[in-house]
Design a protein around this ligand. Sequence first.
Ligand code: GTP
Ligand code: MG
Length: 437
Amino acid sequence: MSEPIAALATASGMGGVAVIRLSGDEVYTVADQLTRLKTPPSQRKAGTFAYASLYDGKGDVMDDAVLLFFRAPHSYTGEDTVELHVHGGQIVPQRVLKRLWELGVRPDQPGEFTKRAFLNGRMDLTQAEAVADIIAARSPRAERAARANLQGQLGQTLIPLYEDTLAHSVQVEHLLDFDEGELPDDFFEEAEATLQQLVERTQALLATWHESRLVRDGALVVLAGKPNAGKSTLLNLLLGYERAIVSNEAGTTRDSIEETFLLDGVPIRLTDTAGLRDAPGAVEREGVSRTKALLEQADVVLYLTAEPDNDPPPQGAIVIHTKTDLTPAPAGSLAISVRCEPQRARETVCQALRDALKLSQGETAHATLANERQFALLSTADKALHEAIAAFRQGDLGYVPAAQQLRAAAEALGDILGRTYADDLLDRVFSTFCVGK
Ligand SMILES: Nc1nc2c(ncn2[C@@H]2O[C@H](COP(=O)(O)OP(=O)(O)OP(=O)(O)O)[C@@H](O)[C@H]2O)c(=O)[nH]1
Ligand SMILES: [Mg+2]
């Protein structure tokens, strides 16, 4: 039993067509009441469509629409579903929704369509999360990673890992019922070897989070240095257009400027800042204090200098010598001349960023973690597996704690997939969705 829900699935605002989705029990009764077709929706086959006028409570036509019919279990949610394709804009979709509320349908909660799909076994939790990730993707690469997970790529790695851990846990608990003398000789060595193998698989997957997170959230890269070092010149070069004012007057940039460009599919939030000096004016002084605040937050600081001998960089910054056409840079240092060799300068800086952010070359074909929730649970599983190994090594006394840790590991892995879900876990996952999905 599931209440009928509806939502505008397309973005609100001006648009040719708006799609309203209806899902749940009785949606065909509702569709029959909206239309006056000779063959009402309830008598139509799944996978067909109809062109029909939609009527309000007084019998006036609200709009002419295309209706698409889906039947349980062959729909996104796994329930009976009707899609109404109506005219877009401010008026029509709201009018149709209002009529639906009169007919006993209620508005969906965020992510409710996908939550129902999950509860009806249409997808596991990592696939449901991937739906939200596709919508939120800020780069084609992020979208591709999310689509791979929607198609089950993460599940294909996680499901066997979960099942093997569970199987091992069950086996260990079962054997603990025996006296030690009754166990096979190599039981404990074998159990430990299996655990080691589970740890390796867990850690391989954990290692994907670093880059996944960057693809998803991007990296903050701050350009810092004394006035006139060439920061704004480099920003413009990397962005590919003249975003910031460049001049030979020291103190040209006063406010920080942030723009994003993609490096190997990773959004780089590149920030140009006011040059660091004891500034003469109040405005520039404020700019300098903003620069200092940004240095704290940055994932990478590129410190530009045209005076290699007399310009200490902040700690942890990557030093780049600029204007090498005017001043030679020390041997072996990162050095660029945007004026004379812009292409080469661009490549030098991009490579420095790849190294600093530890980006692998290009995309991987294997499963990757998609969010903090998955990372946290997998870390819990990893920790529990390590503790199980440590407990096993203690001999007799450790066997029961080892079995407990194994069970905890299996549970954490199951939580990632939503195999052993609690209501609050589902609320947390689906509350981040937009309405209509
Ligand atoms: N010769 C030479 N001049 C350069 C090079 N890069 C930048 N410049 C010049 O250096 C001057 C300062 O450049 P900007 O990019 O404005 O320097 P900035 O670090 O942003 O300076 P502030 O905004 O004042 O902190 C400009 O006249 C640029 O044309 C280079 O590779 N070679
Ligand atoms: Mg500048």
